[in-house]
Each structure stands twice: as structure tokens, then as C-alpha cells.
Ligand binder design. Structure first.
Ligand SMILES: CC(C)(COP(=O)(O)OP(=O)(O)OC[C@H]1O[C@@H](n2cnc3c(N)ncnc32)[C@H](O)[C@@H]1OP(=O)(O)O)[C@@H](O)C(=O)NCCC(=O)NCCS
Length: 336
């Protein structure tokens, strides 16, 4: 797929260091080997070196170029402990609790990212979304100026889609993380997803805030939430091309937008679609995938200070390589 090949090609140039904490998982080990073969930057695996090498041998994964960090023998373990205590003291974190928490590979990866010892982590082949993201939210936290971290899907349309010629790729958010965003959260979701567009696709994002109403055609507090979000975005990201509220057809089809939202420049050009809540975002990405034949890549995470991405537990090794490549691109953008 063109877009993923482009993102992989960027990752090869960037040479970022990405941690894969689920190091006994076969797909993860094959992905680590695949990243090395593609000439990405270093992959850091977390766990007992002997066990990881034995498992890699069983799976036929060549992990000779991966770095293995074992919390039990890591010379920097005390530094990780004191960092975690410092960050979470107010939440009752003690050195003893931190030592225990750092036995969990995902928490360990989150602290490595926080300290800049790796550039990002990818997890979720074995763990749930909540277990993958909670350490990131607690330790890495949202980027300065952003309160809400969110999840988006990269929707790659098939060539036969009527929208393909306008936009072969769309970002849908939030489709995986924030349950019931208020206006401020919705604004953060829009700005964060637009930044992810720049990091991954390049060029200018054009953001449409979606609703069941177009420019006041319906009156309801749910519509007010979206228009309030628009006002916040205009203040916090005045350079961003964004408009709303739009029904989906008004956002996507120029002629419909011209009738329902005259004067708006977004209709027919939208590439970042912001849904009013998680139900709408999640249902829409699955409908687009199943009924329109789009490929859904994600959930990918926006708004963290440093990048972390989640995997589906049904993922394949190639999906993990793609997530690593995306994480490399986000890391390059967040260090700018
Ligand atoms: C991500 C998620 C797991 C976090 O919830 P949780 O595990 O209950 O954790 P908490 O609510 O205690 O939050 C943990 C920390 O993350 C922070 N946090 C949670 N969501 C956040 C967000 N969207 N942005 C920024 N910070 C967030 C909290 O403020 C808290 O910080 P603190 O401990 O420093 O006070 C939860 O939002 C979730 O389950 N979302 C839905 C994910 C899902 O089910 N997706 C499947 C497909 S839709």
C-alpha cells in the first residue's frame, strides 16, 4: 500500500529507537527482525535476554541487531525507579512500588521514553488498549498545551471509492480512546489529529468537525458542543484550516457543502474528520472499513508528548512493523 510504503521509507531515514516491550510474543520478535531487515533504527526489546533469544530462535526471528534491556540487570534501573517516583509521588508512588511497577514491560518502556532512552514504544499485540496506554498517560503525558490524548484511524480508501480522487487517505478521530469529549477535549482531538496528519502524511490538514447538523440546520446541545469546539480551535490553533459543524456529506462533497455551508472552503477538501464522540468515531471507521472496503490503520495515538502506539491483539508482524514506522515519524515530528 502506497502510504504505508512511504511511511516505512521515512522510518528508514529517521533511524529512531523504538521499544517493543512484548518481547516474548512471536509477532513482536518477527517484527523486530523485520525492522532490522528494512534498516530502521534500533529496536529495544524488554525482558530476560536468555528467554527472549530462546523464543526468537523458536520463531526463526533474527534479533541479532535488537537491543535487549532486562529490568533485572539494567544498570540504569535505579534511575528509572527515581524517575517514576518523582513523576507519580503525588499519586502515592514509593520506591518500593516503583520497583514493582517497573517489572511490567510497558511501564518500563514508558519510563525509557520519558527519559529519552528510546524515542517511542509500540505495544498491544498481547495487552489490552487500556494496559498499553495507561503507563503512557501516567508517565509520558500529553504534549505541552494539550490536555487530551486521543486515538485516530488512518483510513486508506480503495481506488474505486468515489472520494479516492479527492483524498485517498482520511484520518478519523476520536475512534478509540475518549468516550464523551466536551468542547475543550474535542478541540484537542482536532488539533492533535491535525498534527499527526502533518507528521505522517505531510502537507496541510483540512479539518471537518462532524455532526448531525450543518451550520445550524439542527438545534441541540450536541450541536452546540461542536460549534463551541470550533471557537476554541480558532483560538488555540489559528493557523489550522478547520470548519464545522458539518454533516458528513456536506464535509465530503463540494456541491452539497456549497448548498448547506455556503462560503466554507472545507467541503470537498476535508482529510481529517473529527467525530462528536467515541460511538460516532468508532462506528464510522468500522462502517467505512466494512462497507466501503477501506483499510483501517490504527488506533494511532495523538497528543502525547512522545509517541506510543497501540496494536490490535489480532495483529500480524507486518502490522507491528507499520506501527513502528508510524511511531518513528511521530517521534521525528515531536522532537522538532
Ligand atoms: C485510556 C484509558 C484506558 C484510561 O483510563 P483508566 O485506565 O481508567 O485510567 P485513568 O482514568 O485512571 O487515567 C490514568 C491517567 O491517564 C490520564 N488520562 C486518561 N485519559 C486521558 C486522555 N485522553 N488524555 C490525557 N490524559 C488522560 C488521567 O488523567 C490519569 O492521569 P493521572 O493518573 O496522572 O491522574 C480509558 O480512557 C479507556 O479505557 N478508554 C477507552 C479505550 C477503549 O476501550 N478503546 C477500545 C475501542 S473504542
Amino acid at each position: 500500500m502506497g502510504i504505508l510504503n512511504d511511511i516505512r521509507a521515512k522510518a528508514v531515514k529517521l533511524k529512531k529507537t523504538i521499544c517493543l516491550p512484548e518481547a516474548l510474543d512471536e509477532r513482536t520478535l518477527l517484527a523486530a527482525a523485520g525492522c532490522a531487515k528494512l534498516d530502521f533504527g534500533p529496536i529495544v526489546l524488554v525482558g530476560e535476554a536468555e528467554k527472549i533469544r530462546a523464543r526468537a530462535g523458536e520463531c526463526g526471528a533474527d534479533i541479532s541487531r535488537a537491543v535487549i534491556r532486562d529490568p533485572a540487570s539494567d544498570s540504569e534501573f535505579d534511575r528509572l525507579v527515581s524517575t517514576l517516583v518523582e513523576l507519580r509521588q503525588a499519586k502515592g508512588m514509593t520506591p518500593e512500588k516503583a520497583r514493582a511497577a517497573l517489572q511490567d514491560g510497558i511501564m518500563y518502556a514508558a519510563v525509557l521514553v520519558k527519559l529519552g532512552l528510546v524515542d517511542g514504544y509500540v505495544s498491544g499485540a498481547v495487552h489490552s488498549t487500556a494496559d498499553t496506554l495507561r503507563p503512557a498517560l501516567q508517565v509520558i503525558k500529553a504534549r505541552k498545551g494539550v490536555k487530551t490524548v486521543s486515538a485516530f484511524f488512518m483510513m486508506v480508501l480503495p481506488e474505486y471509492s468515489p472520494y479516492y480522487r479527492t483524498q485517498p487517505v482520511l484520518f478519523y478521530a476520536d475512534s478509540g480512546l475518549v468516550q464523551n469529549p466536551g468542547p475543550e477535549e474535542l478541540a484537542d482531538i482536532a488539533v492533535g489529529t491535525a498534527q499527526s496528519w502533518k507528521a505522517l502524511i505531510g502537507g496541510d490538514p483540512v479539518v471537518a468537525l462532524l455532526s448531525h447538523s450543518t451550520k445550524g440546520s439542527a438545534k441541540h446541545p450536541d450541536v452546540d458542543k461542536v460549534t463551541a469546539a470550533l471557537e476554541i480551535i480558532k483560538k488555540i490553533a489559528p493557523e489550522l484550516e478547520v470548519d464545522g459543524e458539518f454533516q458528513a456529506d456536506a464535509a465530503l462533497i463540494r456541491e452539497i457543502g456549497a448548498k448547506k455551508a455556503p462560503g466554507s472552503r472545507v467541503p470537498g477538501r476535508a482529510n481529517v474528520l473529527i467525530f462528536p464522540d467515541l460511538d460516532a468515531g468508532n462506528i464510522s471507521y468500522k462502517l467505512t472499513e466494512r462497507l466501503a472496503g477501506a483499510t483501517a490503520i490504527g488506533p494511532l495515538i495523538s497528543g502525547l508528548d512522545k509517541p506510543v502506539n497501540d496494536l490490535s491483539r489480532g495483529c500480524k508482524a507486518e502490522d507491528i512493523i507499520d506501527a513502528v514506522a508510524v511511531t518513528c515519524c511521530q517521534a521525528a515530528a515531536s522532537s522538532r
